[in-house]
Ligand binder design. Structure first.
Ligand code: SAH
Length: 466
């Protein structure tokens, strides 16, 4: 950054400009928006400048600048559109201690004037260091179109109301109130005039005070398999409104970044190497924040209804008398089959599909091994890395074909996604070889549709290497 943007206090300060033509006019139009004392030196001045002088908006001196003319000036504009004259006046102004800008001469200017979007007291300055004036103009046009013309008036009315708004709790409630004022209620009300805008602001504050007293609420939200683009719009909105986000360790930083800046982010879960939180602790945390009146998002990897211990959390929330709802997400099985270009169900192959957890397959639960061993069956095994050998043994024992395809998808939908192809016969060996470290889903009964086509080139190469 070669130029540092600042806002210079000009009220009651002196600003001097040399020049009386087009360039001078353009600068003066901007400067007249300020409360500066303007002095213009011009042997020949545009009639508009003369008119401004007559109405007392600036002082016009009808001669060329001389030493001492810029004494006490904060800023000086050289706008004679003549190289030699600009150099002369700039040197005089510099000697008098003013910061100097020469119109259309970046190299000899000590400051530059940005493109300005004026919604006084809201002022937006856009600069490109002279590199791309077209870009600055485009950004300005964009902002001009986007910001209500009444924004400045709204801000002035709002400013006088700031003390009153302190009746609202800090953070979210107060921000929501102002955002409604500037972008929803305010623009409507101002169309009816300033007085009714003030009344509307009063009414708005009452409504928000009532809302600030509302009870906490818990949203159980699916974060999907990892790619932030696989979040639902509802999940995004919930994150956008959350006061507190209690998230699984599986949920990546890119997704957490979508939460409001002020939201409290609390990691909770059993995955990973960090300290783990027990389910009771998680339940207690959700309930405590809900009771404190927070809009809580309980953010879970994939879909919250799949191996997410959702029911235990809902029961705790209900027991505490708090309201809740569930926002579904894309589960790892969906992302994994997408990665290998396969379907979870297929006409003529399998008309049902199982979602299983490797944990309770390790002997804790009785499974329909015979059914699982049938040709064409498709099973998605979550948390199944460690159980691979056990599952292989049971299935072979119940008559499964050792050449049954098995695909393990690690980090499905994430940039580090890997696909490991195997058969039931060599599954444990393949998993060991691959050295999987991320979350991985085992798809029993499925091979990638095309060894390489459906996957990322890098992953395809890795896959060939396997
Ligand atoms: N509720 C989650 C599952 C939680 S259980 C869902 O619907 O996806 C955690 C297991 O999910 C992991 O051990 C792994 O088997 C699987 N998993 C989660 N995210 C995954 C991903 N991006 N790629 C592969 N498997 C994933």
């Amino acid at each position: 950054m070669q130029h540092f943007p600042i806002f210079v206090a000009l009220a009651g300060r002196r600003v001097v400009l040399s020049g009386g033509g087009e360039a001078a006019l353009a600068k003066l139009r901007l400067l007249l928006k300020t409360e500066a004392h303007l002095t213009v030196f011009a042997p020949e001045a545009d009639p508009q400048i003369a008119a401004w002088a007559e109405s007392g908006r600036l002082r016009l001196v009808r001669r060329a600048m001389e030493p001492g003319d810029a004494t006490c000036a904060v800023l000086f504009y050289g706008a004679d559109e003549d190289e030699a004259e600009d150099a002369r006046t700039a040197a005089l102004a510099r000697a008098d201690g003013a910061l100097v800008n020469i119109v259309d001469n970046l190299a000899d200017s000590q400051f530059i004037t940005p493109a300005i979007v004026d919604r006084d007291p809201v002022t937006i300055a856009i600069g490109t260091e002279g590199a791309a004036p077209v870009l600055a103009r485009a950004i300005k046009a964009d902002l001009e179109a986007r910001l209500p013309i009444t924004l400045g008036l709204l801000a002035r009315i709002g400013k006088a109301f700031r003390k009153m708004a302190e009746a609202l709790p800090h953070g979210r409630p107060r921000r929501d109130f102002w955002s409604d004022w500037y972008f929803r209620d305010g623009p409507h009300a101002i169309a009816e005039g300033e007085e009714s805008a003030r009344e509307a602001l009063d009414g708005l504050l009452d409504r928000h005070l009532a809302r600030a007293g509302r009870p906490g609420h818990i949203a159980f939200v699916g974060a999907g398999p990892g790619d932030p683009e696989l979040l639902t719009l509802k999940a995004r909105r919930a994150l956008d409104e959350a006061d507190v986000v209690i998230h699984d360790r599986l949920v990546g930083a890119e997704i957490l970044e979508l939460a409001r800046r002020e939201a409290l982010l609390i990691p909770a879960g059993k995955e990973g190497f960090g300290p783990s939180t027990t389910q009771e602790e998680i339940n207690a945390m959700i309930v405590a924040h809900g009771r404190a009146g927070a809009q809580v998002v309980r953010l879970k990897g994939g879909d919250p209804t799949v191996f997410g211990r959702l029911d235990e959390e809902i029961e705790a929330v209900e027991a505490a008398g708090l309201s809740w709802h569930v926002v579904p997400g894309i589960t790892a099985a969906s992302a994994s089959v997408a990665a290998i270009g396969q379907s979870l169900t297929r006409r003529g192959r399998n008309d049902d599909v199982r979602l299983m957890t490797g944990h309770d397959m390790m002997g804790f639960a009785d499974h329909d091994w015979r059914g699982l061993a049938r040709a064409g069956e498709v099973t998605a095994i979550y948390m199944g890395k460690k159980a691979a050998r056990f599952i292989q043994g049971r299935l072979l024992m119940h008559g499964a074909d050792p050449s049954t395809p098995v695909t393990v998808v690690e980090n499905a939908s994430r940039p580090d996604q890997r696909i490991v192809t195997a058969t039931l016969g060599d599954l444990p060996a393949r998993i060991t070889e691959a050295g999987l470290t991320g979350p991985a889903l085992t798809l029993l009964g499925l091979a990638p549709r095309h060894a390489a086509a459906a996957t990322h080139p890098i992953q395809a190469r890795e896959q060939e290497a396997l």
